[in-house]
Design a protein around this ligand. Sequence first.
Ligand code: A3P
Length: 338
Amino acid sequence: MSEINKSFPFEVKDVDETQLKQLKNYYDDTYFNLFMTRFGPKGYLLTQSYETIGRDIYNVKIRPTDIFVTTFPKSGTTWTQELVWLIANDCNFEEAKAINLNNRFPFIESEILLNSAASKFLAKDNTLKTSSEINLPSVEMVNNLPSPRFLKSHLPLSLLPPSLLDTCKVVYVARDPRDVAVSFYHHNLHINFFSEEKDFKTFWNFFTNDLVSWTPFFEHIKEAWQQRHHRNMLFLFYEELSKDLPGCARRVAKFFNKVITDEQVQELCDHLNIDNFKKNKSVNLEDLKEIGLLNKKGSFIRKGKVGGWRNHFDEEMTRQAEQWIEENLRDTDLRFPQ
Ligand code: A3P
């Protein structure tokens, strides 16, 4: 085995040509890479550029003080990052409001998202002072960050450094796939990944056929679920955050060996309330709207509801979704809280 294979022991497979065509017809790839390569035995779908960056990420030297929030996209990552950051930083609301979450908590593989046309567009824009303002840290930058590092990733555990869980704390958040898919679809509308309105049903078919970035969805979650009792893993559900945010805040505090008062819990819940979150410039990505990377039609912090998928699924889709979820949960005790 070569040095390269040793440091990134994953199979890389092309996506089927017909499927690739379907993706190309559906998406607008002016600024985005189309996700067209599969990695590892589970075949996670990521952009081709991941092949280079992925190896660097896999080899990032993990420090005991690192804190990771890892999720499948649109599962409540931002919400959880802010909760985790505040608890780990003794409820420093002032700093949380003053410094953009993307800078406090960089997205480790964000480089894989945009293509060179987007980079040129962003470089042209004089309002943009540093690349970190648009959340594009390089792996090199991550390696040079001072401790403690707060890092976000949508990669499954198997694609992250193998020493991760034995070395530092990881919070994983899972969410009902139907709500994830609806949220992802709206996100794609908001980031101009569709040149025109596209139907949700096609997106849902892509989602269940592992043709959406970071899928297969259930493999992603099951990898983390299997590790949920690891001393360094806190496994949360979006549905739990939604139902009992104070309880979740206490669980997070306990996980990080932090004492928080009832007053702080109350303050945290106010700060993390969706109405306040929508107005919070440190987390709502309004700056990306200003530079034109996100369009003005949507908002990054959107509905924030459990079960909103019901408004997007017809009877046939509902039945098919139930069956798909049931099949995927058959060999596991993982269940999404209602
Ligand atoms: P919806 O699109 O269903 O509204 P991520 O941060 O992983 O991209 O997840 C985005 C989802 O989390 C969106 O879901 C968003 O609205 C929701 N979300 C973000 N902040 C939230 C909050 N404070 N309370 C509830 N949901 C929130």
